[in-house]
Design a protein around this ligand. Structure first.
Ligand code: ASP
Ligand code: MG
Length: 444
């Protein structure tokens, strides 16, 4: 009898694989690992890159891995489709937008399967619906309700590489939906969770998550491992490596994933549940969110219901408010004078026009004495779960910014994050100062 693996009773990680060697039954190792890989838009941007991805997938397959590969649309395609639709109608119907946008991922899915077949690798392309991704009916930002990967598993059993269109799903009654911008990440994480994949690899055009944006801070260093919460805070404060929803999903289901580049072989950043050892690092990274605006309402009546009225209106106008600070009211002059306070908040700069439109009538109806708008501000955040067990981190950040002569306009903190608003022009200098202060450029 030939040497090698002849029996493979069970599938999946953790099951033994039995083989024969020189006529004896031997233990060979574990069953073939199931891997979920996701390739983002820049990794499949053109045919040449799709060929490269196909090479990479084929190689991984030859090593014996079972593979589910999720792909995005070619970079720019989703935006292009959106633009075409908006050229025809100012507010295109969301149902049709989903049908349209879902074509981007279907193109790359089919092309990658064909490229693999050309390499002699058995592969099959599936839409989100065919892969069993069932969502609610919230078009353009649907939530995954469940995943029934029967077809995926059947193809895997037949030894095929299964290519799944990211970013899309289907409602119970067969409507095509999409999962919000960047949603291919979510498809990959969800499939990794239900298939109990051994690994989930998110391939992108950056090497991983960095301690700061390397374009701002050349000394920035790739982070080897990071907790879900740190990743979420960094992602939502400007280091947009991954769709935030997909990180939340991974946290909920304990999916460990690696963010890495498809353009080289370097190890990326592992994102996982926090371990005690991770707390030794006080600050994991610094992020800068540019293009923000600051809105201050001076002389707002200090009584119950005012903030509720103000922010309900802002929410109804579809404006995304972030940091909100209300001042402690100072004692006012005479006994009859009414108590007043100031409220300041930040919004993305492109929302400013909408904010003005809403706030002007609010002021005129006596809601505030004066309203100030300030563009050209940025939010700098330092993030780290180690802050929970270390004191003086805020003071240290403020000292570093003071030494760099950066003025702080607003401050807010959470358990694992300190955020300050600074002038946009001072942003990069502030990032470098914080990066230096917390020794993020050094190993250890
Ligand atoms: N193609 C979609 C987008 O551009 C989904 C994705 O790339 O993850 O948002
Ligand atoms: Mg993407």
């Amino acid at each position: 009898m030939k040497n090698g693996v002849v029996e493979q009773g069970w599938e999946g990680w953790g099951h033994p694989k039995i083989g024969w060697c020189e006529g004896k039954r031997i233990w060979v190792g574990f069953g073939m690992a199931l891997l979920v890989q996701k390739y983002g838009g820049s990794s499949v941007a053109n045919l040449e890159r799709i060929q490269k991805v196909a090479d990479r997938v084929a190689e991984s397959r030859r090593k014996g891995n079972r593979l589910v590969v999720v792909v995005s649309a070619m970079s720019g395609v989703t935006d292009g489709l959106l633009k075409m639709a908006r050229g025809l109608h100012a507010e295109p119907s969301e149902r049709e937008m989903d049908l349209l946008m879902a074509t981007g991922e279907q193109t790359t899915t089919a092309l990658l399967a064909i490229a693999l077949q050309a390499r002699g690798v058995a592969a099959v392309a599936l839409t989100g619906a065919q892969a069993g991704i069932v969502t609610d009916g919230t078009h353009t930002k649907a939530r995954i309700e469940n995943v029934t990967p029967k077809a995926v598993e059947a193809h895997l059993r037949l030894g095929r590489v299964v290519i799944v269109a990211g970013f899309q799903g289907q409602t119970m009654d067969g409507q095509v939906t999409t999962l919000g911008r960047g949603g291919s990440d979510l498809t990959a994480i969800a499939l990794a969770a239900v298939l109990k994949a051994k690994r989930c690899e998110i391939y992108t055009d950056v090497d991983g998550v960095y301690t700061a944006d390397p374009r701002t801070e050349p000394k920035a260093r790739k982070i080897a491992e990071i907790s879900y919460d740190e990743m979420l805070e960094l992602a939502s404060t400007g280091a947009k490596v991954m769709q935030a929803r997909s990180v939340e999903f991974a946290k909920k289901f304990g999916v460990v994933f690696e963010v890495r580049s498809s353009f080289n072989r370097a190890r990326g950043t592992m994102v996982k549940t926090e371990a005690k050892s991770m707390e030794r690092v006080v600050v994991r990274g610094v992020s800068l969110e540019k293009s923000q605006a600051k809105v201050t309402l001076a002389g707002v009546a200090d009584r119950p219901g005012v903030a509720a009225k103000l922010f309900t209106g802002i929410a109804k106008a579809g404006i995304n408010v972030d940091m909100i600070v209300q001042n402690v009211s100072l004692p006012t002059g005479g006994r009859n004078s009414k108590a007043q306070t100031d409220i300041t908040f930040t919004v993305p700069r492109e929302e400013l026009a909408k904010v003005r439109k809403f706030l002007e009538p609010f002021r005129r109806s006596g809601g505030a004495r004066q309203i100030l708008f300030r563009e050209g501000v940025a939010k700098l955040s330092v993030v780290g779960i180690g802050m929970r067990s270390h004191t003086g981190v805020a003071a240290q950040l403020f000292q570093a910014l003071a030494s760099a002569r950066v003025n702080i306009q607003m401050i807010s903190t959470s358990e694992i994050k300190i955020t300050v608003v600074v002038d946009e022009d001072a942003g990069p200098k502030a990032v470098r100062a914080a990066h230096r202060e917390f020794r993020l450029g050094k190993r250890g």
